[in-house]
Design a protein around this ligand. Structure first.
Ligand SMILES: Nc1ncnc2c1ncn2[C@@H]1O[C@H](COP(=O)(O)OP(=O)(O)OP(=O)(O)O)[C@@H](O)[C@H]1O
Ligand SMILES: [Mg+2]
Length: 224
């Protein structure tokens, strides 16, 4: 799997809030490589992840997964790619209300066509790895912000995605936890040879990354 964004332009909002979030962005991400996506707040990092994760269509340009344009897929195929091939951790965590930490992962596995029962040990091991082995039965409203994000990261890793998109995984955790999460993401990338893109402001992540993409170099003057 490789990910290539070719001359991608994305405009967001309407009327006065209309913003060019990405302008003719051209960048390639390779398998087995952990890329840190850096750049100032508002430079389009989360937008890039949303486009790469098939959550947002570009106004212009192409998003190529292994050379195949995401835009050429039907809605159904795109949804399937999101469930089965793409692991996505949002900046907000984005968990389902009412499900426990363990159920969040089991539900994602089930949507991806896996047998949840067989995956239960792996679910527990992953939640343990992100430091939440003692929070299996907690629902999102019973977790802290950083804990919610860690559940979301474990959920993204569970299906062993070909494309792993992670938005600021260390923004809401302490230094020791940031080291652990970064090591987990790096190890997953190298072991499963997935394409990994991590948006971050954290030197812990940029230091551990194999390469860095700077939004300011790739999408200069994105905002008017
Ligand atoms: N729905 C929207 N409507 C209009 N403009 C938007 C919308 N969402 C985001 N933007 C703008 O698009 C630009 C890119 O936003 P984006 O969230 O991708 O930045 P970012 O690099 O992830 O920033 P941060 O580091 O703060 O997370 C910003 O200038 C933002 O204000
Ligand atoms: Mg962002």
């Amino acid at each position: 799997m490789s990910l290539h964004l070719h001359d991608v332009t994305v405009t967001l909002g309407k009327g006065e809030s209309r913003t060019t979030a990405l302008r003719k962005l051209d960048v390639t991400f390779r398998p087995g490589v952990l890329t840190a996506l850096v750049g100032p707040s508002g430079s389009g990092k989360s937008t890039l992840l949303a486009v790469a994760g098939a959550l947002l269509r570009p106004d212009e340009g192409q998003v190529l997964l292994n050379g195949a344009d995401l835009a050429a897929l039907t809605d159904r195929e795109r949804a399937r790619a999101r469930r089965e091939r793409i692991g996505y951790m949002f900046q907000s965590g984005n968990l389902l209300t009412g499900l426990t930490a363990e159920e969040q992962l089991l539900a994602a596995a089930s949507l991806a066509g896996r047998r949840p029962r067989a995956l239960r040990p792996k679910v527990r091991a992953l939640l343990d790895e992100v430091g939440l082995g003692h929070r299996l039965a907690h629902r999102p409203d019973q977790l802290s912000g950083g804990e919610r994000q860690r559940v979301a990261l474990a959920r993204a890793l569970l299906v062993e995605p070909e494309l792993l998109l992670v938005d600021e995984p260390t923004a809401a955790v302490d230094r020791a936890r940031a080291d652990d999460l970064t090591a987990l993401i790096a190890r997953t990338t190298h072991e499963h040879r997935c394409v990994t893109v991590v948006a971050t402001h954290d030197p812990v992540v940029t230091n551990a990354a194999d390469t860095t993409v700077d939004m300011q170099t790739h999408a200069p003057a994105a905002t008017a």
